[in-house]
Design a protein around this ligand. Sequence first.
Ligand SMILES: Cc1ncc(COP(=O)(O)O)c(C=O)c1O
Length: 432
Amino acid sequence: MKIAPISEELFQRAQNSIPGGVNSPVRAFRAVGGNPRFMVSAKGPYMYDEDGNRYMEFINSWGPMILGHAAEVVQEAVQQAIPNSLSFGAPTRKEIEIAELIVDMVPSIEKVRMVNSGTEATMSAVRVARGYTGRNKMIKFEGCYHGHGDSFLIAAGSGAITLGVPDSPGVTQGVAADTLTAPFNDLEAVKTLVEANKDQVAAIILEPVAGNMGLVLPAPGFLQGLRDLCTKEGIVLIFDEVMTGFRLAPGGAQQLFGVTPDMTTLGKIIGGGMPVGAYGGKKEIMNFVAPAGPVYQAGTLSGNPIAMSAGMAMLQYLQSHPEVYTTLEQTTTNMVNGMNQNMQELGLNFTINHVGSMFSIFFTSQAVTDFESAKTSDTAMFGRYFNSMLQRGVYLAPSQYESLFVSTAITDELVQEYIKANGEALKEALLR
Ligand SMILES: Cc1ncc(COP(=O)(O)O)c(C=O)c1O
């Protein structure tokens, strides 16, 4: 039984100086009940909290810790870079090297610009798409999350759904009017929107594999259908691969599914855990970005030398170790098989969505293919299950509407521990 009085005390104290006690909403555990754990350190598959509890964990900083926490290859690169100063505000060789590496790894990217977060990447990409097409509107999908830029907080996923504010106050009607939304996997709905807004849609943006309403896979033909529609209508197709980039394959979901967007947004994994994002795409579009072109976008800390060093080490490792992807797939499949068996033995209604090293459990009898079906999951059951897993030292995302991420630090032995904890936690959650 994990008890956490120090975390509880810190959470109380945090409320006085930080809104809601956290610097990002989902961390507050509001959707699952209980107090968030305050972390001190992490290594490999484990995080350690202020109370000395250890957790086998499946958030991995919401994706980037693909090699587990404090991976030596990344740590060493950061340590080597630190003595040379933390920031220059002037160009460096490393920035070219990492740009060249990204262009090499991600099929659709011919030029890339570094920023500091996924939010910045998506905001900038849409601005560039608007500048390039001379059009204003954008289509996004219900339940997809693209960071907290104003125009994306319409039917937004992740923490926005978790807190029940998918349409945030503070977003003006003017901004909201330029964001059109369609259900994920509904190509006909997108075609209707495009038809009704002829020559006005600058961009269609989506997570090619949605991770922010829980994990939802693209239906066969959906991504290609969007590709064909965008080509026909002169719309910029943006794949938001902030979660899936470098995780589902070296070239992200676009490589896995064989569909090429015009622009791609990236984040997290490029920084190996440091604050980084990036957006890139076709040369003719990226040449609209200042100072090459007229669309303004800048950043004091963009291309930060420490973050670039971490990212370079991470990406080089992934590129030169393709076996990482088969290992992750196998580990995750073993976990999913074990969970399936546990759920069936208990006669539970459930759906597990899984691709590569990402998965989500939904407590529903329906297939989960979009936001509406994701919402049929029993979130109270999820909350009980989450807390029962936490008590057993397994840290899951504290919301139904998130994906879980597996790292290479999860050994076969840990998979068995996980499956055992999962079975016990499900039983406990059913009884409570
Ligand atoms: C698909 C997607 N896009 C954008 C973002 C925003 O990234 P950040 O939190 O780094 O601003 C996220 C964050 O989880 C994301 O999952």
